[in-house]
Design a protein around this ligand. Structure first.
Ligand SMILES: *[C@@H]1O[C@H](CO)[C@@H](O)[C@H](O)[C@H]1NC(C)=O
Ligand SMILES: *[C@@H]1O[C@H](CO)[C@@H](O)[C@H](O)[C@H]1NC(C)=O
Ligand SMILES: *[C@@H]1O[C@H](CO)[C@@H](O)[C@H](O)[C@H]1NC(C)=O
Length: 327
């Protein structure tokens, strides 16, 4: 059978243009006096336009101008070019935040654009400390994130981070600076568990683990802050944990499994709150219903406890602390 051969490349080239601009598309390298017919997505071009020999000029392009434009030379109708028109915007300054949840190992910075550009946009990241550029590693999972190791600890020099957004239509950059300690923020405590204590209606045991991302709890211990409220209320009660066991109200005790230094200095900021868990204190076995009227007795049904024991909700957060000897 017959295979029609093409002497031109069938891969369309991409032409990026700015929204609102008048856009000129040139059909290959045809001369000014060539006559061509343009199609978009295989149909006639309907947008506001001018045609000048081998050129198609679209007026004030917008998102609906995107498409695959093909030009065919008259009169033989042979296709001479294909242009993939992508309409978009140059980037504006990205927003950048940096944070260390793995202190003292390093920190990460992430960035995003507040306004879409509609076309592929890349980012260049440059980090400097004490007039020295630092190595920047791109995150493998999060496209808009990079990691940097602390070159030294307790440094008084600020860090400078410069992120530049670049696409075919332009570039914009922003530089931020910060002190080491101001970006330290652990992840929330993990595996928070609250459970009743057997035979004790006035006690609940609450335990948790330090965030698994925190590399060295021995050298950089965390201090915790706990809050709780009855499930049916909105108001939280706050508890600063200064030792391994705290009495927080007349009724309940909390037993954290983490000791914190008696005298310490906080570095950085508190983590976000952990996932909330709830528990109800131990209750005596409810008694079966004793009723005089036959019709009220439903077999197997038990009386509800007359004293309503509140179910409590707990969450925990953490902050790094240095024992005062260090400071
Ligand atoms: C895009 O431009 C065309 C004219 O070329 C116009 O008909 C259409 O309404 C415009 N669309 C938007 C979303 O502005
Ligand atoms: C061409 O097709 C694409 C989808 O394949 C569509 O998004 C675009 O709006 C079309 N362009 C025109 C001008 O019809
Ligand atoms: C960020 O770095 C680029 C070079 O990569 C430079 O052109 C730009 O001026 C810097 N921006 C700021 C705000 O320092």
């Amino acid at each position: 059978f017959l295979i029609k051969s093409h002497t031109f490349c069938i891969c369309a080239r991409i032409q990026y243009e700015r929204i609102g601009n008048d856009v000129t598309m040139q059909c290959g390298s045809l001369d000014n006096d060539a006559s061509v017919t343009w199609k978009v997505n295989g149909t006639d071009v309907k947008a506001r336009r001018r045609e000048e020999g081998p050129r198609l000029i679209l007026m004030e392009v917008n998102m609906s101008s995107n498409g695959l434009y093909s030009c065919f030379q008259n009169p033989d109708g042979q296709r001479r070019d294909q242009i993939n028109l992508r309409v978009g915007l140059p980037p504006k300054e990205p927003q950048v935040t940096c944070r260390s949840n793995t202190y003292p190992k390093g920190f990460y910075c992430s960035w995003h654009l507040q306004h879409p550009t509609y076309i592929p946009t890349d980012f260049e990241v440059y980090v400097q400390h004490n007039q020295r550029p630092l190595e920047v590693t791109r995150d493998e999972v999060h496209k808009n994130r990079c990691h940097v190791k602390f070159p030294e600890l307790f440094s008084s020099f600020p860090y400078w981070v410069n992120v530049t957004a670049v696409n075919s239509l332009g570039r914009a950059s922003i530089a931020i600076s910060f002190e080491e300690s101001s970006i330290v923020k652990p992840d929330p405590p993990e595996k928070v568990v609250a459970k009743p204590v057997a035979n004790n209606a006035r006690r609940l045991e609450v335990t948790w683990n330090s965030p698994s991302t925190w590399p060295d709890v021995e050298t950089f211990p965390l201090k915790y802050f706990l809050r709780y409220r009855p499930l049916i209320r909105d108001q939280w009660q706050h508890v600063t944990l200064s030792n391994s066991m705290s009495q927080t109200s007349d009724l309940y005790f909390f037993l954290p499994n983490k000791k914190t230094a008696a005298k310490d200095m906080e570095i950085g900021t508190w983590s976000d709150w952990s996932v909330a868990v709830h528990a109800t204190p131990w209750m005596e076995e409810p008694k079966p219903i004793t009723s005089t009227t036959e019709s009220d007795i439903i077999p197997g049904m038990h009386e509800l406890p007359t004293v309503r024991t509140p179910t409590l909700l707990f969450t925990v957060m953490a902050v790094p602390s240095v024992i005062s000897v260090l400071s």
